[in-house]
Design a protein around this ligand. Structure first.
Ligand code: BTN
Length: 313
């Protein structure tokens, strides 16, 4: 039914070797996944707008040469609790996990990441770093740069990066990055780089729906009509070599590229800190990706996962 055309209950039953009543029951399951179904007495059933399902082989065959040499096991699942959790628990260097849906998708600072079926990207890469976590401060910023540049190449201009890990478009959240670390934090450590990107969220969620408590945007609203498979292939093609470069050269190559896309650059911001808040003017980031802010007391540097940034004071 992914083609979005009408299919009769009888045809579907025959294709699946089940009764028409069983077809109907399965369609109710799809409705529970927020997939809109139109029913016609004469023509049968159709998925409104069709569904662009992930296709592991298509993604793999679209990878650039450097990426195809770096990719490890590639899991493409219908459902998972969280692609990050799965690859934190087990896997090898370069493994990738994508899923159509996450039942316990996670965002930064313990937040939930709303992950409806078949519409967005939920993608995690597992990468082993030898130098411990100290050098990883700028990793989520570097990944943000890679994603924004890929979107640029696909014709989605104007994506901004909000420190430390948000992709924004016109001030609305388009995606986020969640980096989590396991293993030996001072040496050989396992890092999972999780990316959530809204591709066609608007097919399942109306603006103002309380399942997401901040303004959001999706690629579809920005004119993207390509397939999630091409998008995933383009992201992995750029991301895997970038992770390799980052392991060797750190954040330096990304600093300027990040700052040119920095949301609220040289504008007033408020930082929400574990204890209280701090206001100032955003100056950019330092060589490791820590935030530079001009406050009443002069320039201050902020780093760490428990800080969140808002535009304005
Ligand atoms: C944020 O902005 O708070 C980060 C969101 C990261 C969401 C992605 S979706 C794929 C991966 N799996 C998860 O459970 N979270 C990340």
């Amino acid at each position: 039914m992914a083609d979005g055309e009408f299919h009769s209950g009888e045809d579907l039953g025959q294709a699946l070797d089940i009764t028409r009543a069983a077809v109907w029951k399965r369609l109710q399951c799809l409705a529970a996944l927020d997939i809109a179904i139109e029913t016609s007495r004469t023509r049968g059933y159709r998925l409104v707008g069709g569904l662009d399902l992930l296709d592991r082989e298509r993604i793999l065959s679209s990878l650039s040469m450097p990426a195809s040499e770096l990719v490890g096991n590639f899991l493409c699942l219908a459902e998972v609790q969280s692609t990050n959790t799965l690859l934190l628990q087990s896997g090898g260097h370069g493994d990738v996990c994508m899923a159509e849906r996450q039942t316990a998708g996670r965002g930064r600072r313990g937040r939930q990441w709303f992950s409806p079926y078949g519409r967005n990207l939920y993608l995690t890469v597992r990468w082993h770093f030898h130098q411990g976590v100290a050098g990883l401060e700028g990793l989520s910023l570097a990944v943000g740069v890679v994603l924004a540049e890929v979107l640029d190449q696909l014709g989605i201009a104007g994506v901004e990066l909000k420190w430390p890990n948000d992709l924004l478009c016109a001030g609305k959240k388009l995606g986020g990055i969640l980096i989590e670390v396991g293993g030996d934090l001072t040496g050989e450590c396992v890092v999972v780089i999780g990316i959530g990107m809204n591709v066609h969220m608007s097919a399942v969620l109306a603006e103002g729906d309380e399942r997401i408590n901040q303004p959001w945007a999706d690629l579809h609203q920005l004119g993207f009509s390509g397939s999630r498979n091409n998008l995933s292939g383009a992201i992995l093609s750029a991301l895997l070599p970038a992770l390799q470069d980052f392991s060797q050269m750190g954040f330096a190559a990304y600093r300027e590229r990040w700052e040119t896309r920095c949301a609220f650059m040289r504008r007033p911001i408020t930082l929400i800190l574990p204890a209280g808040s701090c206001e100032g003017i955003l100056l950019g980031v330092d060589h490791q990706g820590a935030l530079r802010v001009l406050t009443e007391d002069g320039e201050r540097i902020f780093s760490g996962g428990e800080i969140s940034l808002r535009g304005g004071v």
